[in-house]
Write a protein that binds this ligand. Sequence first.
Ligand SMILES: [Zn+2]
Length: 501
Amino acid sequence: MEREFDFEIVMGLEVHVELHTKSKIFCGCTTEFGGEQNSHVCPVCLGLPGVLPVLNRQVVDYAMKAGLALNCEIAEFSKFDRKNYFYPDLPKAYQISQYDLPIAKNGYIEIEAGGKQKRIGITRVHMEEDAGKLVHAGAVNLSGADYSLADYNRTGVPLIEIVSEPDIRSIEEAIAYLEQLKAILEYTEVSDCKMEQGSLRCDANVSLRPWGQKEFGTRTELKNMNSFKALQRALEYEIERQAEILREGGAVVQETRMWDEAKGMTISLRSKEEAHDYRYFPDPDLVPLVISREWVDKVRRTLPELPQARRARLIQSYGLPRYDADIIVSSKAMADYFDAACAAYGIAVPAGTEADGKAKERAKQISNYMMGELTRFLNASEKGFQDSPISPDNLVGLLRLLEEGTISTKIAKTVFEEMFATGKAAKTVVEEKGLVQISDEGAIASVISEIVAANPSVVADYKAGKEKAMGFLVGQAMKATKGKANPGLVNKLLKEELAKM
Ligand SMILES: [Zn+2]
């Protein structure tokens, strides 16, 4: 935090991510979001007696891929444990998770906050099954509800839990960490990372300590922050709440608290359980997981270029400003669009090489259109780059027409709008609407002489040294040709005409 603060903040985040597999972790039920309540269930995920779980291999592949992308070591030997607790959203009364031997550990990610680079440690990544959902009648939470119903569609959806080291020292760092983590996971395509659908959920451990003190203060665990805004607000509230207690000489109680978005505050949920309260023990129904180095290497080869490497490539190969590169790589869809457009323009260069000057200019043009017009139109129609009505090929088609001087920048705006509305190619729109730029000197010259003749006082102003008068005359010529005149030619011919007078 930038502001003066009397305590040092110590935070770690625990992030749950639903893996994007077709079926659940231990049965063949679909993982699809939503659906009629209790329609995506079978005896296995309902935990009925006599059933046996069977591990979905894809879950292991994805968990490993995420672990590798987060610079973790992949365990050679890993196992599943039962985490016992009773809650109505968990029909077996235990959750299959991993305890002492998680699939991945000791990783890190690089973040940037407050203009500084920082490495945040990843303690572990483990696999587990999701629980069901309670639907409370007449209230958001259990408290105050008339009655509650259980929906087990989500039960058994594969999750990975990513636990960070308590390395986070400010809200800004927490946000940067979550953003970077989300971007990395999106690039690996192991999850759709939709926070609004609960595919990515974040809990935070928060404590404060006097500056210079080595021991951590008592922490609280915050739950239910399902957007970046909620994370920001919950942390602000909780840090201030703890600071107030400490300033008054009180003691923070170790507990789990829930962020209540409507009330704008954190609320005590329960006093904190320790791991031993859960009575973990190895799941006897599942054999230990032995992971060969060949298997790890095979998964490693499927890793895509990750955001940091991609940003470095865009800066080095295309000379893109850091600002542009940051925005483009922040979303995989946007970065893929940029690369596809470069390829369509014939300027794609392999990593480690540098584009020539002309290619860099073109890459910057692509970037400008993507960050400006295209982002604006996509936002307005609530679309992402992956479903842009203007394909990378078509965007390049428009840029080519501009570069050749077939259309002016002004006309390009009209063409762009039409392309976005119809998905048509730039050339088609220009032909259909007769928008080709007038570059015929004769035609422009005759328009100019008419305008000069019709505006004697403006011409006189120009002759008297008022430069602004020139702009007015150019504007009139553009207006007379409905914006289709080549502006360069208009300027040139107008100057010649005025010089003669
Ligand atoms: Zn099932």
